[in-house]
Design a protein around this ligand. Structure first.
Ligand SMILES: O=C[C@H](O)COP(=O)(O)O
Length: 252
């Protein structure tokens, strides 16, 4: 049985003061068990969150990192810098980074390799645009992105990673994929993992859905057999809403 995982992706929201306030509220209302909880915050808020959330079961994630350990890469953050401040997860290949910051399948792969080497759990994002969906290319796109992201890795490394299926047209739009459609594409991603790394790995790797997930619809996603949680943007910004998502996932 795969443990559900609810990861909040705050994107470029929250100052340190706002992040601390979230952490205090989340700690006060955090009663659910059986769900892995992760908050992926802006770099600047991570040290304060690390201190506030110490001793809780809410883990910290970053939203990006460089694949090199150090070097002349102005503005970048390395895997060990994240580890040093108590980060355990890192989102890699989010569609916003692919779209606005030149992230490619090749850099995604390098980052996944570097994250695992540094003992960070990568949350690898894949997903199609509306144009690609309407052209019937969804399964080809997620196949290509999944194969590329995990190229050269061992089955154990893949089993320990998280995949987030996020159809780009559903991100921040309020237009979520139906739970059935999301499950269908996630099952395709799982079958790609099975082909490349074996059935056992495919049954172990956790695959989230992301795109306009809210407390009101989380249960419908969690009721699907292949959906193991959610990567949530907007609805993870308020502690009460984030905890409701966690509660929804714990009732699976
Ligand atoms: O990483 C999270 C996703 O981009 C989803 O964002 P959203 O929940 O605001 O649609």
């Amino acid at each position: 049985m795969r443990t559900p995982i609810i990861a909040g992706n705050w994107k470029m929201f929250k100052t340190i003061v706002e992040a601390k306030e979230f952490a205090q509220n989340a700690k006060a209302g955090n009663t659910s068990t059986g769900v892995q909880k992760v908050i992926c915050a802006p770099f600047t808020a991570l040290p304060a969150l690390s201190a506030e959330l110490a001793g809780t079961d809410i883990a910290l994630g970053a939203q990006n990192m460089h694949f090199e350990e150090q070097g002349a890469f102005t503005g970048e953050i390395s895997p060990s810098m994240l580890k040093e401040i108590g980060v355990s997860y890192v989102i890699i290949g989010h569609s916003e980074r692919r779209q606005y910051f030149n992230e490619t399948d090749e850099t995604v792969n390098k980052k996944v390799v570097a994250a695992l080497k540094a003992d960070l759990v990568p949350i690898v994002c894949v997903g199609e645009s509306l144009e690609q969906r309407e052209a019937g290319e969804t399964s080809d796109i997620v196949r290509t992105q999944t194969e590329a992201a995990f190229s050269g890795l061992t089955p154990a490394q893949v089993a320990g990673s998280i995949i987030a299926y996020e159809p780009i047209w559903a991100i921040g739009t309020g237009r979520s994929s139906t739970a059935e459609d999301a499950n269908e594409t996630i099952a395709i991603i799982r079958s790609v993992i099975a082909e490349k790394f074996g059935q056992e790995t495919a049954q172990q790797v956790r695959i989230q859905y992301g795109g306009s997930v809210k407390p009101e619809n989380i249960a419908s996603y969690m009721a699907q057999p292949d959906i193991d949680g959610a990567l949530v943007g907007g609805a993870s910004l308020v502690a009460d809403s984030y905890l409701q998502l966690v509660n929804g996932a714990s009732q699976r």
